[in-house]
Design a protein. Structure first.
Length: 470
RNA sequence: GGUGAGGUAGCCAAGUGGUAAGGCCGGAGUCUGCAAAACUCCUAUACGCGGGUUCGAUUCCCGCCCUCACCUCCA
């Protein structure tokens, strides 16, 4: 199936395809590991994951690379404040990131390169840029990219249509505060750092280079690592919209100035997540992490569902009502699947079944990753499912799983049932006995008591189930 | 100010030049001692405002109002 995806460089929907017709090479800008990722970060990573899963479900092969930014101002500053080495600090947050990704059912990328593990590649790239006249060394030992040397600069973010650039490179990024213009000898305020010379605030974080001790600039790692694992030209590059400028613009400049080859052939940018109608920010206190979500009793799967409920190019408004809605919708799907499983019994479907009544899900995903329409198609699909025999039920499960699998919404695993304390069991037993004896007043009293302790009882004809209150 | 995205029923959210997916919420019925759960069914004169093009616009064009984002921290 032809897969259409909007390309933010050409500003049009284009067929997404591997240049070599074999494997789609996909690079994603990953997290800076200096703290827990927030749900906005995860919106982007989940979208990338769904894109990959959808392509794979439709028979495409994908090579997925997502980097880890484990050296920058934030990681250095924070690790110093905590009096930990940079490596120890970033390892801790990397582990946490991986745990969160697993909880959200994100497929691990095939390669997850860390910036600090690719310093030589970055130095090599910077050296080539100097040799070709695209970069210069300032008198403090830092190396800058000369924006004026790259005529295509601004093609991704339409810089020409914007106001003239002002400000100083690295100033907001520099813990030392505003810098003296003479010190840096910049050719242009738009020039950006490729290599930052060692500063006192960097502590022990530095590497030797032909330009003295220092560390890589913000953008160079992605150019170096994408080239290392995917080649000078690759098929698709993804990230949040905020990375369009300057990060991706600078990646293009560095890479294309160096190789004289196109960098990424297709750009995939996902819109931001809003919280309660506002931008997420620490000052508003709405920068939720996965732990915050779980503390509210929401499952990671529901978060994933909620983050897929809108189209990726549209800002999505996250509210607690939305996520409650997602939890309910997901529970409806789980129940439906359980019923199918009951009907199917031991019968299993052949491996290579199709999408069945869920083929519109595939069509929606292949049409610019329309997850919202895909979710709608899932619900329309379940109405059309034929489960009149174990065989058809088994086939329906297979096609449902295929559709939900493309969205990364695995329902197969049951919710772990919470352990029921003995006193709760005893109360429930007493209530059941009272009910059987038609002593309803006593039964209701005991039911209230259970409720007060956070449990609810669901009666059947021949017994009852106990469930914790949500 | 510049650039970009958007305003669809109570909420979230697709989509289309010919009268509008889906989810949540809500309601009814079945069941139940009553509930809850489950199952079945259902509702809603929803397309920001004003013009224009058209046989016909929510969908294209123009203007306006409002919201949000980006403009060197940012997924």
């Amino acid at each position: 199936m032809d897969f259409q995806l909007y390309d933010s460089l050409s500003r049009s929907a284009r067929p997404l395809a591997a240049a070599d017709d074999k494997e789609l090479r996909f690079y994603c800008c990953g997290p800076t590991v200096y703290g827990p990722a927030h749900i906005g970060n995860f919106r982007t990573f989940i979208l990338q994951d769904v894109l990959r899963r959808s392509l794979e479900a439709l028979g495409h092969k994908v090579r997925h690379v997502r980097n880890l930014t484990d050296v920058d101002d934030k990681t250095i500053r924070q690790s110093r404040e905590e009096k930990r080495s940079l490596a120890e600090f970033t390892a801790h947050w990397t582990k946490r990131f991986h745990e969160d990704c697993a909880a959200l059912n994100l497929l691990p990328p095939h390669v997850e390169p860390a910036a600090t593990a690719h310093i030589p590649q970055q130095i090599d790239l910077i050296g080539k840029l100097i040799d070709k006249g695209h970069a210069y060394r300032a008198n403090d030992g830092s190396v800058y990219f000369r924006v004026s040397s790259f005529s295509d600069y601004g093609k991704l973010s339409r810089l020409k249509d914007r106001e003239i650039l002002t400000g100083r490179p690295g100033s907001a990024d520099d813990a030392a505060g505003p810098v003296d213009a003479d010190e840096y000898e910049l050719d242009s305020a738009a020039d950006f750092a490729l290599w930052k010379s060692r500063k006192p605030d960097d502590g022990e974080v530095f590497w030797p280079s032909p330009w003295g001790e220092g560390r890589p600039g913000w953008h160079i790692e992605c150019s170096a690592m994408s080239m290392a694992y995917l080649g000078e030209t690759f098929d698709l590059h993804g990230g949040g919209v905020d990375l369009v400028f300057p990060h991706h613009e600078n990646e293009i400049a560095q890479s294309e100035a160096c190789t004289c080859q196109p960098f990424a052939r297709h750009w995939f940018h996902s819109a931001h997540l809003m919280v309660e109608g506002r931008k997420m920010s620490k000052s508003l206190g709405n920068l939720h992490t996965l732990d915050d979500i779980r503390a509210r009793g929401v499952s990671p799967a529901a978060l994933r569902y909620a983050l897929l409920s809108g189209h990726y190019r549209q800002p999505l408004n996250f509210t607690w009502e939305t996520i409650h809605s997602a939890e309910s919708a997901l529970e409806k799907l789980r129940k439906f699947r359980r019923q199918l499983a009951d009907s199917a019994g031991d019968t299993t479907a052949p491996e290579n079944g199709g999408w069945g009544s869920f083929s519109p899900v595939a069509a929606a995903l292949a049409d610019d990753l329309n997850t919202s329409a895909a979710l709608g198609a899932v619900f329309r699909g379940i109405r059309e499912v034929d489960a009149t025999s174990p065989e058809t039920a088994a086939a329906a499960i297979a096609s449902l799983d295929r559709a939900l699998g493309a969205l990364g919404l695995a329902l197969a695993e049951e919710k772990p049932s919470a352990a029921i304390p003995a006193d709760i069991t005893r109360l429930a037993e007493e209530r059941w006995a009272a009910k059987q004896a038609k002593n309803f007043a006593e039964a209701d009293r005991l039911r209230d008591q259970l409720k007060a302790q956070g449990w609810t009882t669901l009666d059947r004809k021949d017994g009852y189930d106990l469930e914790p209150l949500a």
